[in-house]
Design a protein around this ligand. Structure first.
Ligand code: PLP
Length: 391
C-alpha cells in the first residue's frame, strides 16, 4: 500500500540544509578537510562539576523511575532562584510559574498546542529559529513573519503590522540575544513589547537561550524584568548554551502561570518529564560556581576576534555581536547566501549557514551565519583558506 502522510508533514517547507549536506559530502569525497561554523552547538565540554553531579545521580535507583511530570520541585526552585539572582526577577513561584522542559525546543514547539486554534496567527521573527513557525503550523496556526532588518537593529517593527493581522494574532515570538543575527534588545524594548501586548491582547513568548553567552561586559536583560511582563507572557530558558549542555536536554518555561500551566498540561499528555539525573546536574549548573560561564565566553571572544578580523581583511562587512555565538555577515557584493556557502565549502572547505535557511519569509537572504563553535586554531586556518577565494 501507499503510505500517505499528514498534510502538516507533506507541506513542511523544504529542508534547505539538505543541499548543504550534499555539498559537504561531495567535498569530503574529494578529501577536503572541512572546518565547520555551521552548527549552533557548543564544541566545549560540560563543566566537570555538572557532569559529576549527574553521574552520582544516575547511580541512584531513586532516579531510575518516572520523574515528576512538572519537573523535580528542587529543579524548578533552582530555576526561580537563578532568575532572581541573575535578573532580579523575584518571587516566582516554582509550583505555578515554572515548568521544566526536555530542552527548550520541545516546549517552544509544544506550547502552540496549548495556545493556538486553527487559523490563529503567531507573529514569528524572520530570520528566526524555525521552531516558532513550524510549531505554529503543527498546531494548525498560521505564522506571520516579522522582518528583522539591519536598519532596525534586527528588532521587529511592531507598528508596521497590519491591523487585520493584529486582530487574528494570538502570540508574539521574540528571541534576544538573537539567533541567527546576534542582535540584542534592551529593557526599553521589552517595556514597549509589554505595552504592545496589552494594547492588542497578544501573548508574548520570549526565548532567552543566549542570555549568558555574552561579550565585552554586556549583560542581557530578561523579558520578565519589564513591568507587567508576567501578565502578558513567559520566557523560555535553557541550560544548553550557558553550560554546554545541549545533549542533556534541560530547560524551563518561566512566567505567567496560565501559560506555564497550559504547557504543563500538554506535556503531561505527551511526555513524562526530564530524567532526574539530568535535573540534578541542572541544579548543580544553576547553583554552582558560575566561573565556567565566564571562561567559555573568553574562549568564544578570542574566536570572535579572529573571525571578525579575518572577514574584515577580506573586505566583508561584519559587526561583532555582543551576545550569542553567531556572527551574522553580509554576503560579499550582495550575493545569494546559498551561492556563497557553496563556494566556501568548495573552495575553502569552510562550512557556514546561508541566511536564507532561517527565514521562510525570505528576510535572511543576503547574509551568512558563522557559529564560532570551532577552536581558535581551526578558525585561524579557516580564515587563511577563505582569504584565497577571489570573489
Ligand atoms: C539553541 C537554541 C535553543 C535551545 O534549545 P534546547 O532545546 O534548549 O537545547 C532555543 N532557542 C534558540 C533560538 C536556540 O538557538
Amino acid at each position: 500500500m501507499e503510505i500517505r502522510l499528514a498534510e502538516r508533514i507533506v507541506t513542511l517547507p523544504p529542508y534547505l540544509f539538505a543541499e548543504i549536506d550534499r555539498l559537504k559530502a561531495e567535498a569530503r569525497r574529494k578529501g577536503i578537510d572541512l572546518i565547520s561554523f555551521g552548527i549552533g552547538d557548543p564544541d566545549l565540554p560540560t563543566p566537570a562539576h555538572i557532569v559529576e553531579a549527574g553521574q552520582a545521580a544516575m547511580a541512584d535507583p531513586a532516579n531510575h523511575r518516572y520523574p515528576d511530570y512538572e519537573g523535580m520541585p528542587a529543579f524548578r526552585a533552582a530555576v526561580c532562584r537563578w532568575y532572581e539572582r541573575r535578573f532580579g526577577v523575584a518571587g516566582l513561584d516554582p509550583d505555578t510559574e515554572c515548568v521544566s522542559l526536555i530542552g527548550s525546543k520541545e516546549g517552544i514547539a509544544h506550547i502552540a498546542l496549548a495556545l493556538l486554534d486553527p487559523g490563529d496567527i503567531a507573529l514569528c521573527p524572520d530570520p528566526g529559529y524555525p521552531v516558532y513557525s513550524i510549531g505554529t503550523r503543527f498546531a494548525g496556526g498560521v505564522p506571520y513573519y516579522l522582518p528583522l532588518e539591519a536598519k532596525n537593529g534586527f528588532l521587529p517593527d511592531l507598528e508596521s503590522i497590519p491591523a487585520d493581522v493584529l486582530k487574528k494574532a494570538k502570540v508574539l515570538w521574540l528571541n534576544y540575544p538573537n539567533n541567527p543575527t546576534g542582535a540584542v534588545a534592551d529593557l526599553d524594548f521589552w517595556k514597549r513589547v509589554v505595552e504592545f501586548a496589552k494594547k492588542h491582547e497578544i501573548i508574548v513568548l520570549s526565548d532567552n537561550a543566549y542570555s549568558e553567552v555574552t561579550f565585552d561586559g554586556y549583560v542581557p536583560p530578561s523579558f520578565l524584568q519589564a513591568p507587567g511582563a508576567l501578565e502578558v507572557g513567559a520566557e523560555f530558558h535553557s541550560l544548553s548554551k550557558t553550560y554546554n549542555m545541549t545533549g542533556w536536554r534541560a530547560g524551563a518555561l518561566v512566567g505567567n502561570r496560565t501559560l506555564v500551566q497550559a504547557l504543563g498540561k500538554v506535556k503531561t499528555n505527551v511526555d513524562s518529564g526530564i530524567f532526574q539525573a539530568v535535573q540534578v546536574a541542572g541544579i548543580a549548573a544553576l547553583e554552582g560556581d558560575q566561573s565556567c560561564v565566564a571562561k567559555n565566553n573568553e574562549i568564544y571572544a578570542r574566536r570572535r576576534a579572529v573571525l571578525v578580523e579575518g572577514l574584515r581583511s577580506m573586505g566583508w562587512e561584519v559587526e561583532p555581536m555582543k551576545a550569542t555565538f553567531y556572527l551574522w555577515v553580509k554576503t560579499p557584493g550582495g550575493r545569494k547566501s546559498m551561492d556563497v556557502v557553496a563556494r566556501l565549502i568548495d573552495e575553502a572547505g569552510v562550512v557556514a549557514t546561508p541566511g536564507v535557511g532561517f527565514g521562510l519569509g525570505g528576510h535572511g537572504e543576503g547574509y551568512v551565519r558563522f557559529a564560532i563553535t570551532t577552536s581558535e586554531e581551526r578558525t585561524r586556518e579557516a580564515v587563511e583558506r577563505m582569504r584565497k577565494i577571489a570573489w
